[in-house]
Ligand binder design. Structure first.
Ligand code: FE2
Length: 380
């Protein structure tokens, strides 16, 4: 018998000037002084200023690095405490959002070391109001119950899963992705596509997550090969990433993420890029080992043919390969591990971490270190 749970307790405010509602939403949550958590790239792009102009009393932290870590969360906790803030606003991509989620856990736990909070439901209830403004087309973190943050000491990505990390409200505003470099539009969209394809095929899939996953896949195939100034396509990709986020938060992801988390931890390769490179290889592996997965890929391909029209190739893997080829040409998306600094000598270490990753158990096909090494070799 079918059994599943579905949960997404996040208000979405979507469209032109959605951000203008931020002050009202903060006030309605009782926030008089938020801590704005963001990064230097967002500041340089003028986006932080846009949000700061909407706020009267606030503190700001511009220094979340591209691949954040537990130390950054603890530094932020000190800033939060010393500035008497009473709410959080995360403005950025996955690293910023997950860092703010980690901070919300530490605040809710009443302080202490964040590494003690890793795992599932260690903190059950969030005590600080929390708003998120995503600025990439891929993370989905704004609607997921997981934060992934690196422990620099062990070079491992730790997962913090709890309903407490869902934000109260998310703003999807086209202005937030207007200036995102095309290469990042491409890599983050491939992250979102990976979320949706893995959500549709992993062992915890269900009819509700399927609906979100299919809708995201359709939007990404329609809009991902974009022209530089196509604001409408960027915005639709932003919305698609949230759809994919809702899907995978309720069904989980699989082997692509297991490997890309390990590649990110060992080699520092950006998450979306690592996912994009590994996606077609893992899809071939899963489809080759499981008729059921091959059937699910056919379902997605038929859906695309119906709603997107002229889909390249004869299978979903062909279509993904073709989409990546266009993104490589038009946006400089890397296609091979050697192009992003991954070393053959690290394959053992990556494979060891990948099989232990939290996503591995949700993959529809079980796998071992040798399988991962073979796929890394293929993708090299
Ligand atoms: Fe991801």
């Amino acid at each position: 018998m079918m059994h599943f749970e579905f949960f997404c307790p996040v208000r979405l405010i979507v469209g032109d000037n959605a951000l203008e509602k931020l002050p009202y939403m903060l006030e309605s949550m009782g926030v008089s002084k938020p801590l704005l958590v963001t990064d230097r790239g967002i500041k340089d792009a003028g986006l932080a200023t846009k949000v700061e102009r909407l706020l009267t009393s606030y503190e700001v932290f511009y220094d979340v690095p591209p691949d954040s870590s537990l130390d950054v969360v603890m530094r932020l906790y000190s800033s939060y405490n010393s500035s008497s803030c009473n709410g959080l606003v995360a403005l950025g991509g996955g690293s910023v959002i997950d860092t703010a989620k980690g901070l919300s856990l530490v605040i809710s736990a009443g302080g202490g070391d964040i590494s003690k909070l890793q795992g599932v439901d260690v903190v059950k209830k969030r005590t600080v109001p929390f708003a998120v403004v995503p600025t990439t087309c891929g993370t989905g973190s704004e609607v997921s119950r997981v934060a992934v943050i690196e422990d620099r000491k062990s070079s491992r990505k730790l997962a913090f899963a709890s309903d407490a990390v869902f934000p109260d409200v998310v703003f999807l505003d086209p202005a937030a992705v207007d200036t995102l470099p095309l290469r990042l539009v491409a890599s983050t969209s491939m992250d979102a596509l990976t979320h949706a394809i893995e959500a549709y095929t992993c062992i915890q899939k269900n009819p509700v997550s399927d609906a979100f996953a299919l809708s995201a896949i359709k939007e990404i195939f329609k809009n991902a090969p974009i022209a530089k100034d196509d604001k409408k396509a960027r915005f639709r990709l932003l919305v698609a990433s949230t759809l994919a986020g809702v899907a995978f938060s309720n069904s989980m992801v699989g082997m692509v993420h297991s490997i890309s988390h390990a590649i990110g931890g060992v080699e520092g390769v950006p998450h979306g890029v690592a996912n994009a490179i590994m996606l077609p290889h893992v899809m071939r592996f899963n489809a080759g080992k499981s008729k059921e997965v091959a059937g699910l890929y056919r379902e997605i391909f038929s859906y695309l043919a119906l709603f997107v029209g002229d889909v390249a190739g004869k299978t979903l893997v062909d279509a993904v390969d073709s989409l990546m080829g266009r993104l490589e040409k038009e946006a400089g998306l890397p296609r091979r591990l050697r192009d992003v600094g991954v070393k053959r000598g690290d394959f053992d270490r990556i494979a060891k971490q990948a099989v232990l990753d939290g996503s591995a158990v949700f993959n529809p096909v079980s796998f071992e270190e040798d399988d991962v090494k073979a796929l890394l070799e293929e993708a090299f």
